[in-house]
Design a protein around this ligand. Structure first.
Ligand code: KMH
Ligand code: ZN
Length: 278
């Protein structure tokens, strides 16, 4: 089996310090958390920026600061969010892509998101894909529902993305796909064979889905964006603690963990060059 790529989703747009006191929110805290996760075995960090009040922002300057601080510490793959918060405009959400990171997320459809609607129109999905293609940013398709795979494949047919595609199945969001084993099998069987995929289980779904992905040859996303607990009722002490557990389990299972450089090869990324402003 291919080595395991671990993504650490450090902050998210919705998690608060009240819920998780160790949530990284300032650029310094996010960069430090990224470094700790890299040391623990993460190859990718998925980034959401926060403003001075701790609210999610898609401000390009805050992302620039975070990218620069991470890049000074380590060569982990930096993957900003274009999902932002459900209240951000589609123009705001695209901003970090203009910093030319190696990867960025791209949600290819609309779904309910708790009490909100996470809106992703066809027009904007194509616009995001066009910009990512122009700037050599590899999309990670964030799949909250099966129909979003069909939209990603439509981008492939239109030549807006190239294979191998990479998917992240976000499972267990209230109002979107559930997190049963059958759901994961259904999603995995719905993508082109040469694709790579990871799974991000929400809340208590994080660990069981990660175990399934390790065994099925997929990759794993953990972190406070998706889950703040280490075990039932016990908060995790850091994002790195969640990464560390996946590393230990995967090694016990007999699957080695990919370094950022190995992850670049698996995902078909070019080596991080001068695309990150430092
Ligand atoms: N915060 C969610 C509404 C992404 O990062 O690309 C969207 C999200 C997906 O987190
Ligand atoms: Zn995100």
């Amino acid at each position: 089996m291919e080595k395991l790529i671990i993504t650490a989703a450090l902050t998210g747009a919705e998690t608060t310090k009240e819920q998780q006191p160790n949530l990284p929110v300032t650029p310094d805290e996010i960069a430090q958390a990224a470094y700790e996760c890299y040391q623990a075995g993460a190859a990718i960090v998925h980034i959401h920026a926060r403003d001075d009040q701790g609210t999610a922002t898609q401000d390009i300057e805050v992302y620039r600061d975070i990218f620069s601080k991470i890049a000074k510490k380590c060569d982990v793959i930096i993957q900003p969010s274009t999902g932002g918060g459900t209240w951000h405009t589609l123009e705001e959400r695209l901003q970090p892509v203009f910093l030319k990171p190696e990867m960025a997320t791209l949600t290819t459809g609309t779904c309910n998101f708790g009490g909100d609607v996470f809106m992703n129109s066809r027009e904007y999905i194509e616009k995001y894909a066009e910009e990512m293609k122009r700037l050599y940013v590899k999309p990670e398709f964030e799949i909250f529902e099966r129909g979003m795979i069909a939209n990603a494949l439509d981008l492939l047919r239109k030549g807006l993305v190239t294979e191998p595609l990479h998917f992240d199945f976000v499972m267990g969001v209230s109002g979107a796909i559930t997190a049963e084993p059958r759901d994961l099998v259904y999603l995995v069987e719905s993508i082109p064979k040469k694709s790579t995929w990871s799974v991000a289980g929400i809340g208590r779904n994080q660990l069981p889905l990660a175990l399934m992905a390790i065994a099925m040859g997929g990759h794993v996303r953990v972190g406070f964006e998706d889950n703040i607990y280490f075990s039932r009722g016990v908060l995790a002490t850091s994002n790195a603690q969640l990464v560390e557990r996946i590393v230990n389990i995967s090694k016990e299972f007999g699957r080695e963990v990919a370094t950022p450089e190995e992850a670049r090869q698996i995902l078909g990324l070019k080596k991080r060059g001068d695309n990150i402003t430092s």
